[in-house]
Design a protein around this ligand. Structure first.
Ligand code: ADP
Ligand code: ASP
Ligand code: MG
Length: 819
């Protein structure tokens, strides 16, 4: 004996039902078969809508009824051979007329009870099972239809009735003993109470019908045929890269479904588990796929977690009060109050202080729960022993499920740190003592992100997704996107990293796409994007709430830098090549560092100094390993290096500066470089990173630029430099006379017990010095530390240029994702 249940999507229309007929035709050759079907997909909802509209005295219930009737008539016509159509069509018509009569009654009375609702929705399964039975008869010759309401007896809890197994099992056994057919068809979901009044088993209840029959008949197997190829590691509608679970234990399946895995209705497991009946989840649209087998024990797949599920619409009820401590009976009364209103408790937590008890329930019952509980504790509330029930809405639960969790330590640590890293606040936690499940209550807005984050944390072979938002697509930003585009496939293949560029913005346009922007033609897409407004861009990034979000600031813009705090507060990592934030007031720099630590995210800006050279990370490594920095001496301006390496008096100084600008080695306004201001910012950032609290005003700058060059526009600046050519020539000649070269040097020196000193200025450098052989746009930093007292640690290399800067930003982005 085998029981096969086909869900709503499997029997949605004639085309799908033909697939069902083919599967049944094949199966029935092996054994006696009981087929259970749901209503045609969407019909239960449609019938409920008819009831609701009718009860609201809204005429349009008739349209919905007509739609329901049409779907059944059309399916019948498409499915059943012409010569057999007339009797089934008239049967469909009769049933639809009955629905209409009931709905007319609801409309006239403007009254809709749960009992009447159950009556109306039952027609969904009655109709589908009659039509499909006829299709099976047409194909196979015989199919015995039986009304489940005559076999399954429940209590009278309409909408979700409880089965009386003693009565039901006997009725089922009696019926099947008395009927010797090969193929039976029964409507799922519907039953009746002891008085013969129509009830239902709860939404999704056809699975349960299948399990009740399978258990009562001691079937060899129960098969749940649906529209996915098995039970998956998470809801496929929320997580794109889920995996099918080939084997799962009854307990695990029960936990996963209890916490929201819709693929199977939770009560389904109990009857089959008691009898040890293997239960398969199979795909009607891909019958050859293996599917999932649910049985007593599942094999160890190495992963401690079998799956992750979630339920939205949760309300958290907290009963609190000092009068509760140490006094027995409070929780009993709380649960009694809820039970009296038939409110199901999804999760329970109580802290050991006993000062509060917290339960999670379906949010639909929150106000009823409040009434019931406040009534129950009326006296205690009045006398101040407990507070009125605290109800919090808009919550959800996410649950990790796996039999093997009890054998692994560190799972909850991994779970909560993964959630924490993504700024997901956990409101309550519950872990069953079976250690088969850990549940966290979170905001409903965070569910999708949480499920994906957890899926990444526990199913390692699946890729991790980083969602990158870029601001600025000039020289460096453009190169960055080019590099990412080239590298995406490599990252996915070798690092299991899916780098999704979810947002791109420049000063005039912005473009956001959660699914990832196609980088082959981002320019055109950006052009067609929305008007740029940095505050809206940041707001979008925050509300998108994508996991592993990274914001990369490749602008030089002050306003953009002012938004980092808002991003970090949402655990969105910030990667900046923009120096403004780190060189602004010390308070903001410090605040950003603190926020990154507090919200468990990263604020990285390696490219603020020396493009992608490992300068800032070296300071970090030195300090973390216990070293102390005494002195840093550096040439940090690629621009000034370029200028002084190329200037030899044969061409004017101004023309060399112009060349540097044309080749992209200067800030948009070259005076920032020439004045030494940019170098001041850099040495200040290095000083701050090495632990010094320093502001710009505290850095001495011996500028070599005549004051006349630093006024007016950029054009004025070039003209003034031409006029001052003799000044520059003098500087050059003086150095050259000693065989020295000119370098713009930045120095920082720690002063024990007091404030450190920093200065920048032009210096002649003699041939023996580390700085002498510095070419092109090279930067160099010498670190003198406890461990490098005489011979410094030297970092040297190209310190400017779009390509290297972009690669430094890219590396920070990967680092920010904490692989
Ligand atoms: P049926 O109509 O066959 O009863 P359901 O819609 O009730 O089908 O259940 C199947 C759906 O459950 C799938 O289409 C899938 O979107 C959803 N689902 C949610 N969680 C899971 C999960 N963990 N594994 C598989 N499917 C899931
Ligand atoms: N038709 C019912 C529902 O939609 C039962 C089921 O499909 O399992 O909930
Ligand atoms: Mg279902």
């Amino acid at each position: 004996m085998q029981v096969l249940k086909f869900g709503g999507s499997s029997v949605k229309n004639a085309e799908n039902i033909r697939k069902v007929v083919a599967i049944v035709s094949d199966k029935v050759q092996q054994d006696t078969t009981v087929v259970v079907v749901s209503a045609l997909g969407g019909i239960t909802d449609l019938l409920l809508q008819c009831c609701k509209l009718a009860a609201e005295n809204n005429d349009s219930y008739k349209e919905s009824l007509r739609e329901a009737e049409q779907r059944h008539l059309q399916t019948t016509r498409d499915l059943i051979p012409l010569n057999r159509q007339s009797s089934i069509l008239s049967q469909v018509k009769t049933l639809c007329n009955e629905i209409e009569d009931i709905c007319n009654g609801i409309y006239l009375l403007r009254e809709l009870s749960e009992r009447t609702k159950d009556r109306v929705v039952s027609y969904g399964e009655l109709l589908s099972s009659q039509i499909i039975a006829e299709a099976l008869r047409a194909e196979l010759g015989g199919c015995e239809w039986k009304d489940s309401r005559e076999l399954i007896t429940t209590n009278s809890h309409f909408g979700s009735a409880a089965v009386d197994f003693a009565v039901t099992n006997k009725k089922i056994a009696d019926y099947f003993t008395g009927h010797a057919a090969r193929l039976f068809m029964m409507p799922g979901f519907i039953a009746s109470d002891a008085q013969g009044v129509n009830t239902t088993l709860g939404r999704g209840g056809s699975d349960y019908t299948g399990a009740i029959l399978a258990a009562a008949l001691d079937a060899d197997v129960l098969e749940i045929w649906t529209d996915v190829s098995g039970m998956m590691t998470a809801d496929p509608r929320l997580v794109p890269n889920v995996r099918i679970i080939p084997q799962i234990s009854y307990q695990e399946a029960m936990e996963l479904s209890h916490f929201g895995a819709k693929v199977i209705y939770p009560p389904t497991i109990q009857p089959v588990r008691t009898k040890g009946i293997p239960t398969w989840i199979k795909n009607t649209f891909a019958p050859q796929d293996y599917g999932t087998i649910i049985q007593q024990t599942s094999t160890d797949t190495g992963s401690s977690i079998r799956g992750i599920s979630s339920i939205n619409h949760i309300a958290l009820l907290s009963l609190e009060g000092s009068g509760m401590v140490g006094i027995p009976g409070f929780s009993k009364r709380l649960f009694e109050a809820l039970a009296s209103r038939k409110i199901n408790v999804i999760l329970i937590t109580q802290s050991s202080s006993e000062h509060s008890i917290c339960v999670g329930i379906d949010a639909a019952f929150a106000s009823e729960a409040r009434k019931a509980v406040d009534e129950m504790f009326g006296y205690e509330i009045e006398t101040g022993k407990v507070d009125p029930l605290l109800v919090e809405n808009d919550l959800a639960v996410v649950a990790l499920v796996g039999d093997n969790m009890k054998n692994h330590s560190g799972i909850s640590g991994r779970m909560f740190s993964a959630l924490g890293r993504n700024g997901i606040n956990v409101r309550a936690i519950a872990q069953g003592s079976s250690e088969r499940n850990i549940t966290a209550v979170i905001s409903v807005n965070d569910v999708k992100k949480a499920i994906n984050v957890l899926h990444e944390a526990f199913f390692e072979t699946v890729y991790k997704e980083i969602n990158l938002f870029v601001a600025g697509v000039g020289n460096v930003g453009g190169k960055l996107l080019e590099q990412i585009c080239k590298q995406q496939a490599y990252l996915l293949e070798h690092m299991n990293l899916k780098l999704n560029v979810a947002g791109i913005a420049n000063s005039s346009k912005m473009l956001v796409n959660d699914a990832g922007i196609d980088l082959d033609n981002w320019q055109a897409q950006l052009q067609a994007g929305q008007e740029m407004d940095i505050s809206r861009y940041v707001a979008l990034i925050r509300t998108r709430n994508l996991r592993n979000s990274v914001f990369a600031d490749v602008t030089a813009n002050e306003t953009v830098a002012g938004f980092y705090d808002q991003l970090l507060e949402k655990s969105i990592a910030v990667v900046a090549c923009n120096k403004v934030a780190c060189s602004s007031g010390y308070a903001y720099y410090k605040k950003l560092k603190r926020l990154a630590a507090e919200y468990n995210t990263r604020f990285l800006f390696e490219t603020n100094v020396g493009a992608s050279l490992p300068i800032i990370s070296t300071i970090g490594d030195l300090l973390r390993s216990g070293d102390h920095i005494h002195r840093m001496q550096a040439v940090l301006s690629g621009t000034l290096n370029f200028v002084f390496n190329h200037y030899d008096g044969k061409r004017s100084f101004a023309s060399v500066v112009k060349q540097a600008q044309d080749e992209g080695y200067t800030e948009p306004d070259p005076r920032l470089d020439l004045s030494g201001k940019d170098v001041m910012r850099k040495i200040m950032i290095l000083a701050r990173e090495s632990g010094e609290e320093m502001e710009m005003e505290e850095i001495a700058n011996q500028s070599f630029m005549p004051a006349s060059c630093m006024q007016g526009s950029v054009d004025d600046f070039y003209a003034a430099m031409e006029k001052e050519e003799s000044h520059f020539r003098q500087l050059y000649d003086a150095a050259a006379a000693n065989g020295s070269k000119l370098k713009f040097v930045a120095t920082y020196e720690a002063v024990p017990g007091s404030k450190g000193r920093a200065s920048v200025g032009l210096q002649p450098v003699s041939p023996g010095h580390d700085f002498y052989h510095l070419y092109g746009k090279d930067n160099i930093v010498l670190f003198y530390t406890d461990r490098y007292p005489e011979q410094p640690l030297v970092v040297k290399g190209a310190g400017a240029g779009a390509d290297v800067t972009a690669s430094g930003v890219f590396a920070d982005i990967i680092r920010a994702s904490r692989i």
